[in-house]
Design a protein around this ligand. Structure first.
Ligand code: FES
Length: 125
C-alpha cells in the first residue's frame, strides 16, 4: 500500500518529540479520522531554527509530519507557509488516495503553530 520512501520515513521519523522551548505550538485534529497532530516551533528572527512533532496518527501522518518538519527547518515562516500537503506528498513519492487526508494534518499544524507564534509576539509587545 505504501511506497518505499513512505515506509522509510515512517520507520525512521525525524524531529519527533517535544521541543523544550518552543515559541509557536499548533495542535490540530483530522475531521475524517479523529487523529491529532501537535507541532512545536522555535522561531528566531522569523526563521524556523527548530521544529518537532508528536502525533496520535497513522503511518501516513507520521511520514508526512516527519517530511514536513525536514522541509521547514531553517526556512522563513513565510516559506514554511508555502509548504502544502501536496509538496509533502510529492516529496514522499505519493500516498494511497485513501491516506491523502492524513497529509493535511502536518500542513494545518504548521499553519496553527505559526499563528500561535505571531499571537505570542503581539502579546509580548
Ligand atoms: Fe488518521 Fe491517517 S488515519 S491521520
Amino acid at each position: 500500500m505504501y511506497n518505499e520512501k513512505v515506509i522509510k520515513e515512517f520507520s525512521d521519523p525525524q524531529n519527533v518529540g517535544e521541543l523544550k522551548n518552543p515559541n509557536g505550538v499548533g495542535t490540530v485534529g483530522n475531521a475524517s479520522c479523529g487523529d491529532i497532530m501537535k507541532l512545536f516551533l522555535r522561531i528566531e528572527n522569523d526563521i524556523i531554527v527548530d521544529v518537532s512533532f508528536k502525533t496520535f496518527g497513522c503511518a501516513a501522518a507520521i511520514a508526512t509530519a516527519s517530511t514536513a518538519t525536514r522541509l521547514i527547518k531553517g526556512v522563513t515562516i513565510e516559506d514554511a507557509l508555502k509548504v502544502t500537503n501536496q509538496h509533502v506528498v510529492d516529496e514522499l513519492g505519493g500516498l494511497p488516495s485513501q491516506k491523502l487526508h492524513c497529509s493535511v494534518l502536518a500542513h494545518e499544524a504548521i499553519v496553527a503553530a505559526i499563528e500561535d507564534y505571531k499571537n505570542n509576539k503581539i502579546n509580548d509587545k
